[in-house]
Design a protein. Structure first.
Length: 438
């Protein structure tokens, strides 16, 4: 891993209890992030044909959070439990670059999303022209913007190194104290990757709230419109507050501690402050999917529908095996339609007979004569008697016609034989010949 001084940098400088706490929290974050962002990606895939342009940034945000989860947590968790960095310096550079890349991509995504929401709500003449192709171009620009600041330390504009607490890697916050290029990198990083996004987000949601307040006054005389507008306003306010709180709560502690170390005396900054700030920053990977899965109505409806379908499939169980019916054929569920038909035995069916019955209770006694109804359920598993299909009715009709023909022929034969007995032996050969011809 290098000389003794380099090895000392990769040893934890915080207590084992705090390292254990970090490892535990990172493990929880990893599981929740995989579940939350995985569900968000699944919901987005299910409604991919009806995605709005602004929702492209939500998907991109989920991708960047998944990237941070898969690249950082598998390295940070064992190192935290081991109380030291377990990997080499090249892996440290990779860890730091991925942290900066995916972190800045998430922040820039939130900034772009707030700008699009502001255009849609406050400036609809411009926002309505924003299409899916524009969203794709802007998503690519987000990744390029984040990549510039992530790759720069590898090109010697700034430096990557171990975190002050020793079990992870990030930007070397001590370098600005003795290198001008590292100082300029930190200044640009603070201005363009923290101060500017904060300003854009706050201005965007300020315009949104002002527009909401103005439109509420315009529709006060219409009760129905006011109700719908109030619901939309409530959603916008909740989403605005949630995103802003998440942005500040996740990244502000780390930005403050980093600026303290970069522009102040880095030796007086406690390593535990960096450790706690890193925990808050990595919590954004679970915060963002929760906000959009709970606050976006179309995402929430799609998730509830998929959950209900999955639960119904589990409760219904596997389909029953094929059974032979009394007619000798195997009953197969038809796939042509799902309509339900019924045939009554001589009496009209009464749809009011069991209106007051509970679904799981016995049928109500209404005083009417009970009737047995044979249901033809296409694709059903009704077990009260055999399932009658069109083939069964066709067989029954053909059999009935054959029996009727046989009975008719037999009756004619009986009548002819009785006529022979009455007429006498003289006409018997001719009658028999006619009978044989028939």
């Amino acid at each position: 891993m290098g000389n003794a001084s380099d090895t000392a940098l990769f040893v934890s400088t915080i207590s084992k209890e705090l390292d254990f706490l970090m490892g535990t929290l990172y493990s929880i974050f990893c599981v929740l992030s995989l579940l939350g962002n995985g569900i968000l990606m699944l919901v987005a895939y299910r409604k991919r044909l009806s995605l709005k342009p602004a929702e492209f940034f939500i998907i991109n945000l989920s991708i960047s959070d998944l990237g941070m989860t898969l690249s950082l947590f598998p390295l940070a968790i064992p190192s935290a439990f081991a109380h030291k960095w377990l990997f080499d310096e090249i892996t440290c550079q990779f860890y730091a670059m991925c942290g900066v890349l995916f972190g800045l991509c998430s922040l820039t995504n939130l900034t772009a999303l707030s700008s699009i929401c502001c255009l849609k709500v406050s400036f609809p003449n411009y926002g309505n022209k924003f299409s899916s192709s524009h969203a794709c171009v802007l998503v690519v620009a987000v990744w390029c913007y984040a990549s510039v600041f992530a790759i720069s330390p590898l090109a010697q504009w700034g430096h990557y190194g171990p975190e002050p607490y020793g079990t992870a890697c990030c930007i070397d916050w001590h370098a600005p104290n003795h290198e001008l290029s590292a100082l300029s990198y930190i200044v640009c990083l603070f201005l363009f990757c923290y101060a500017l996004p904060c300003t854009v987000i706050f201005l965007s949601y300020t315009f949104i709230l002002l527009t909401v307040r103005g439109s509420r006054r315009a529709v006060q005389q219409h009760v129905s419109s006011q109700t719908k507008t109030t619901n939309a306003h409530s959603l916008i306010v909740k989403l605005s507050v949630a995103v802003c709180i998440g942005f500040l709560g996740a990244w502000s502690p780390y930005a403050i501690v980093a600026m303290w170390a970069a522009f102040g005396d880095a030796t007086i900054v406690p390593p535990a402050a960096f450790a706690l700030a890193a925990i808050f920053a990595k919590s954004s990977t679970i915060y963002n999917p929760m906000v959009y899965l709970l606050c976006k109505p179309n995402f929430r409806k799609c998730l509830c529908r998929d959950t209900s379908t999955f639960r119904n499939r589990i409760c219904r169980g596997s389909p029953r095996p094929e059974q032979k019916d009394p007619f000798g054929s195997i009953s197969q569920p038809s796939q042509r339609n799902n309509k339900e038909m019924s045939i009554s035995y001589g009496q009209p069916e009464s749809p009011v007979a069991c209106l007051h019955c509970a679904e799981d209770e016995a049928p109500c006694q209404t005083g009417t004569t009970s009737q047995r109804t044979a249901y033809i359920l296409t694709g059903s598993t009704y077990d009260d008697g055999p399932i009658l299909t069109h083939q069964h009715f066709l067989t029954f009709a053909c059999t009935s016609a054959a029996v009727a023909l046989i009975l008719t022929t037999a009756n004619k034969r009986i009548l002819l034989e009785s006529n022979v007995l009455q007429v006498g032996q003289r006409k018997q050969p001719r009658i028999l010949n006619c009978t044989q011809k028939c």
